[in-house]
Design a protein around this ligand. Structure first.
Ligand code: UN1
Length: 535
């Protein structure tokens, strides 16, 4: 029987753990209502290496705090380093031969079971997800659902993963292509989708016969430990997926440089992604990057304004704007600018902030104090560059909000395309309204940033919609829908500084997690020279 990942420590360990927790990384920086002993007993998580729960050899731990209530300690986690990465890579390498030999439809049966168990446990996982990351509970359920969808989709690929069978130039000769796994894959995942994004990476990787070392973000490592429990219960062999918690510098960087890891999949900032890509380039290592966005929604003069308004609110303030796909620009035709803006300000001002576990809340907190500072910094810059703030623009206070990292949903208008709030990713509940005269201008403004992840156009004009689909430089374009809400059966990823050409989700993700092999079988019994012999 496998031990539970989330366990209770007992007896003398408690004192030892308390001492560890209070040294360096693990300092309890929050006021707690219960004793430290009680908290540590309840919230002590571990690495999972070869199916075993392990500590960091350093003995150090770090804390995960609820961003809606900083008095709530979600858990403590090992502050791992090189030794744990090495052990996890060894475990993944040992598991590889057996796992890749298991026929893909059998692998699919395990991943299908994973999806079923996740579905059974959806509410429990979603509650933890909201508690550790802050997004409102409906969105947390969506985050888990995206993981379930990915499980079912990837499991089905176990009976597909098509290659090509093609005609060849010679008689009595066959040609076809097959996919082979890469080996051990390293995954570095962000805090904004603590379940969906790890599953986007893990499920296709293991379906293709790879094994995995995963490092979740230090701000949201708890949710994924539940996934590791589910994987074990579903019968995934030990060592196929290993979890190492810790910082980017102490764990992520070691993974990127580790010679035993053949591919790195990273979701995070463009700055970190560029560093990872440079290292992987030096090491001839395959790397998939999903980075920043500056997504825009175009609202044309013929749009259904009610619909465009709902889309803007959901796209800009869902997940408190902390999505790679968040709508951080609204590009609005001047003919509808006033009507649209007035209603948007009115609706935005009425959004309810609070703890996401309260079903009536619209917008949760930002992930941590530093992120709130960053958002405040962008808002200051917007003001100083001459944009007009229409609402929001400060940390939210009162009604219990002081306990968390809340920031008021913020709208700017009179924004020029070259202002920094129209160019840089903010990752918070701030959106900039830009006015345009035509579809051509709208598309030019939309394309005028270094990013290209998601995009949207609200219009009733079919010709304009098709023009936008063709000319917008982005990995995703929605027509009459917001910039958020990608489904797992279509490719997810972006162009320009958003990505490096790979896509997650859909069958295209298998191109990242496999190597193609071309196979020629000559059954003529003689040497047939391609490009030379004529038949
Ligand atoms: C992300 O923000 O990194 O399309 C992922 C969406 C979600 C995924 C977002 N399905 O908004």
């Amino acid at each position: 029987m496998r031990p539970q990942l989330f366990w209770f420590t007992t007896g003398l360990n408690i004192l030892e753990n308390l001492l560890r927790c209070c040294s360096g990384f693990g300092t309890l920086s929050v006021r707690v209502d219960r004793t430290a002993d009680e908290q540590i007993m309840e919230h002590r998580y571990h690495n999972v290496i070869n199916g075993q729960l392990t500590e960091a050899t350093s003995g150090r731990r770090f804390n995960n705090i609820n961003p809606a209530d900083t008095t709530d300690l979600v858990g403590s986690f090992p502050a791992s380093g090189e030794a744990e990465v090495n052990a996890a890579v060894d475990a993944a390498a040992d598991a590889l031969p057996g796992w890749r030999k298991l026929p893909a439809p059998r692998r699919g049966e395990i991943v299908f079971r994973v999806g079923r168990i996740m579905a059974d446990r959806k509410e429990q996982i979603a509650q933890l997800l909201t508690r550790e990351m802050g997004k409102v509970i409906a969105e947390a359920r969506g985050d888990v659902q995206e993981g379930i969808d990915t499980a079912y989709y990837a499991a089905g690929e176990g009976r597909r993963m098509f290659g090509d069978t093609v005609p060849v130039e010679m008689p009595n000769k066959a040609g076809f292509s097959i996919r082979r796994p890469i080996g051990v894959c390293g995954m570095i995942t962000p805090w904004n989708f603590p379940m969906a994004i790890p599953t986007w990476k893990i499920f296709p990787a293991i379906m293709a016969g790879n094994t995995v070392v995963l490092k979740p973000a230090t701000d949201a490592p708890a949710t994924v430990t539940q996934l590791l429990e589910v994987l074990a219960e579903a019968g995934l062999p030990e060592g196929v997926v290993n979890l190492v918690t810790g910082s980017g510098a102490a764990v992520g960087d070691v993974m990127v440089r580790h010679p035993g890891i053949g591919a790195i999949s990273f979701t995070g900032s463009s700055a970190v992604g560029a560093e990872i890509a440079a290292t992987c380039g030096q090491l001839h290592k395959r790397v998939s990057l999903e980075m920043g966005g500056k997504n825009a929604q175009i609202v044309m003069d013929d749009a259904d304004l009610d619909l465009a308004l709902e889309g803007a609110l959901w796209g800009a303030f869902g997940t408190a704007g902390q999505r790679c796909t968040a709508t951080s620009r609204l590009i609005v035709h001047k003919k509808v600018l006033l009507a649209f803006t007035d209603r948007l300000v009115e609706r935005t001002s009425r959004l309810k902030l609070g703890d996401g576990r309260d079903e009536s809340v619209d917008v949760g907190p930002l992930i941590n104090a530093a992120q709130r500072e960053t958002v405040a910094g962008w808002v200051d810059r917007g003001r100083s560059e001459g944009a007009r703030m229409l609402c929001g623009g400060k940390p939210a206070a009162g009604n219990g909000l002081d306990k968390g990292h809340f920031y008021e949903p913020t709208l700017f208008d009179c924004v020029e395309p070259d202002m920094s709030i129209a160019q840089e990713e903010i990752f918070g509940p701030v959106t900039a309204i830009l006015a345009v005269d035509s579809l051509d201008e709208a598309i030019a403004v939309l394309n005028g940033t270094r990013y290209g992840l998601s995009s949207s156009i609200y219009t009733r004009n079919v010709n304009g919609a098709f023009k936008a689909m063709e000319e917008i430089e982005a990995g995703i374009t929605y027509v009459n829908g917001p910039t958020i809400g990608a489904e797992v059966q279509l490719p997810f990823g972006g162009v320009k500084a958003t990505g490096n050409g790979h896509r997650e989700a859909s069958h295209t993700v298998f191109d990242f997690y496999t190597e193609w092999k071309s196979v020629y079988v000559d059954y003529s019994g003689k040497l047939q020279r391609a490009q030379i012999d004529e038949t």
